[in-house]
Design a protein around this ligand. Structure first.
Ligand SMILES: O=C(O)CCC(=O)C(=O)O
Length: 331
């Protein structure tokens, strides 16, 4: 089935003042306090410029193509735009985000079989947003979604960061064309084919049941692999047919968007494997929009996508991510 909906038919302003009754249907975070040309917030190491005019204007005609539903396998439900971002700006948007965002290379420890193991996340990451228990005022302060009072200091151990305008604009467009709401934006930067993400599910309880996750690709084409989680065989019966199927491989190109919805997260695993040889040189940005419905979402996403290491920023002269040694604004 294919759908293409025009932006003008959809843009009804969201009434952010409407009373809400629970965290789960609280409004998405308000845009952060913005200067005339850049998003600034005390939790950012440095301001993030707004989208350039040409990119803003081209985004007015999204989606660039019809979407295809992929639901011909057990428990799988994807909506695939090839592409969503107009061809005229996908490269400019990739270059802009790589140059202007701040990234991290997160390290953490896990306990496995009684032993502690060091994990070095094999990609650059960053995250913006806050779970639906809170929202930002125009001044950049956090208020409780239910009481509209300042959030108690001990709600999170971290300092949540509002989406900068450049990502918040894309979030709003994504909401219109996917029919879901999002309060988090996670960004991955894969510097080359050696960077990757292993098979996993985004099915944490803090995302609520059957979460919809919209995932954008910009830059180098990389394979996105999906496989059903192993189904335990029943006594005396042959292995379930689904277990024998090869993984589904989507060669995600710049500007593409995949919406994972329904039972996809609870039943399927996805990964972006390392890539060798042809096409392994280029960098790739992945942006996901998600809705966190419990305070632990904020804690978890900050821990695993920002962590406590140094800030990285793109060096346009050396054409690589470098440690950034400016003064960090610790809120
Ligand atoms: O880079 C991608 O396309 C996949 C990212 C992903 O799986 C994740 O952030 O959970």
């Amino acid at each position: 089935m294919a759908t293409k909906r025009k932006l003008d038919n959809f843009f009804t302003p969201i009434d952010s003042k409407k009373a809400r009754t629970s965290y789960n249907d609280a409004p998405a975070p308000s845009p952060p306090p913005i200067g005339p040309n850049a998003s600034k917030h005390r939790s950012y190491p440095f301001p993030v410029p707004h989208l350039p005019e040409d990119i803003m204007s081209a985004l007015g005609s999204v989606p660039e193509s019809h979407s295809t539903v992929i639901n011909d396998q057990l428990d799988l439900d994807l909506l695939y735009f090839q592409p969503f971002i107009p061809k005229s700006i996908e490269h400019g948007l990739f270059e802009f985000l790589r140059k202007e965002l701040f990234f991290y290379r997160v390290k953490y420890k896990i306990k496995r079989g009684g032993f502690e193991t060091d994990i070095n996340t094999p990609r650059f990451t960053t995250v913006f947003g806050v779970d639906s228990s809170a929202r930002w005022t125009e001044e950049g302060d956090l208020m409780d979604s239910q009481t509209s009072k300042p959030v108690p200091k001990d709600r999170w151990k971290c300092t949540p960061r509002p989406l900068p305008q450049c990502l918040d604009h894309l979030r709003q467009l994504t909401e219109i064309f996917t029919g879901a709401t999002y309060n988090f934006c996670l960004v991955n930067y894969y510097a080359n084919g050696a960077d990757s993400i292993s098979y996993h599910r985004d099915d944490e309880r803090f995302l609520g049941p059957d979460p919809s996750i919209a995932s954008f690709s910009l830059g180098a084409t990389r394979d996105f692999c999906l496989k059903h989680k192993p189904i335990p065989p029943k006594d005396g019966e042959p292995p379930p047919e689904q277990n024998l199927k090869p993984p589904l491989k989507l060669p995600l190109a710049s500007g593409d968007m995949v919406l994972m919805r329904g039972k996809t997260q609870s039943c399927w695993l996805h990964s972006l494997p390392k890539r060798k040889g042809k096409g392994s040189e280029g960098g790739r940005i992945n942006i996901t929009f998600r809705q966190g419905v419990k305070p632990y979402a904020t804690e978890n996403y900050m821990q695993y996508n920002v962590g406590d290491g140094c800030v990285y920023k793109w060096d346009p002269r050396k054409r690589q991510m470098n440690e950034w040694h400016g003064q960090v604004n610790h809120a």
